[in-house]
Design a protein. Structure first.
Length: 304
């Protein structure tokens, strides 16, 4: 179960959420509107970012807060202090009500459900879900990969994204104010790489899930075409997209050096902020006509 508590005795700066009994000390609600206001601080909407303690997830959270969103920060419980540091920074920059911290394990459906529910409750809705949490897993040939190792990567990188999509969609549909769902694929979700079979399979899976979830059919069309799609979200004004950066596939410096040697001279090593910029656009109202897409962020390393 999720527990919420004050992070400051004076002002609400962030929430910490260990997995224990529900204890809601103080709650505040924003008014339903396109632009929320808390004191002198105005907010565009509410976003939830998983895997937000570091790297790409942290950069996305910082960018969305800069764009004007209140942001719920998620990662596993042992990274709570890192989440707290991110939240403190965001609250200092953008106002004391900008960020809440919600540790949860995205491989456990009950925790994902509660994470989305409490994020929606405390931020007065959910406008943007960024299912960013992921791991690379072991780098070894498929002949040496155990089922436990295979399952571990699938649990986080595909099952976790699916459950974030599912529960975010349920809340967005219920609140009836459209939404943006954005997932983490990878360069490895568009082309294979040696010794990363479980990672590659999961990231390809995120692409397929994103296309299925974002498919824009009305109910009559869905019946006519007999679609076996778990989530048909276009009819609710919800777009579903993913990003495919090169960074995660280049975690090994030696392989990174080899790949970068083949890049055109104008290409540079990507930064987390480059991915955050794409997410910022996909979360915006200007991206209303884009859904089911996985956007490459790779400096021309390959072409779709």
């Amino acid at each position: 179960m999720i527990s919420l508590s004050w992070a400051s005795k004076k002002r609400c700066t962030s929430y910490f959420v260990p997995t224990s009994t529900i204890t809601l000390t103080v709650s505040f609600k924003l008014r339903h509107s396109k632009l929320f206001q808390m004191g002198s601080v105005r907010f565009l909407g509410a976003a939830l970012v998983t895997g937000a303690s570091q790297g790409i997830g942290k950069a996305i959270a910082i960018r969305l807060a800069s764009d004007g969103y209140r942001v719920a920060l998620n990662d596993i419980s042992r990274k709570r202090e890192q989440l707290e540091a991110v939240a403190k920074d965001l609250n200092q920059r953008h106002g004391a009500y900008t960020s809440v911290v919600i540790p949860a394990d995205v491989t456990r459906e009950e925790e994902v459900e509660e994470m989305v529910s409490y994020s929606s409750k405390e931020l007065d809705g959910l406008d943007v879900m960024v299912a960013n949490a992921g791991i690379i897993g072991p780098t070894k040939p498929i002949t040496e990969l155990s089922m436990e190792e295979w399952e571990q990567v699938q649990q986080v990188n595909l099952r976790g994204v699916f459950m974030c999509y599912k529960w975010a969609a349920k809340h967005m549909i219920a609140q009836g104010r459209r939404g943006r769902i954005i997932g983490a694929s990878s360069m490895g979700g568009k082309q294979g790489a040696p010794n990363l079979s479980s990672y590659i399979a999961a990231k390809f899976g995120v692409r397929g899930l994103t296309q299925a979830a974002g498919k824009d059919f009305n109910k009559d069309q869905a019946s006519r075409y007999d679609l076996s799609v778990a989530l048909e979200l276009g009819i609710y004004g919800i777009t579903v997209n993913a990003y495919a950066p090169a960074q995660s596939i280049l975690a090994d410096p030696s392989s990174a050096k080899q790949v970068l040697a083949t890049l055109p001279s104008f290409a540079k090593v990507g930064q987390p902020e480059d991915v955050a910029s794409i997410v910022s656009y996909l979360a915006s109202k200007e991206a209303h006509h884009i859904t089911g897409q996985t956007i490459s962020v790779n400096a021309g390393m390959y072409f779709d």
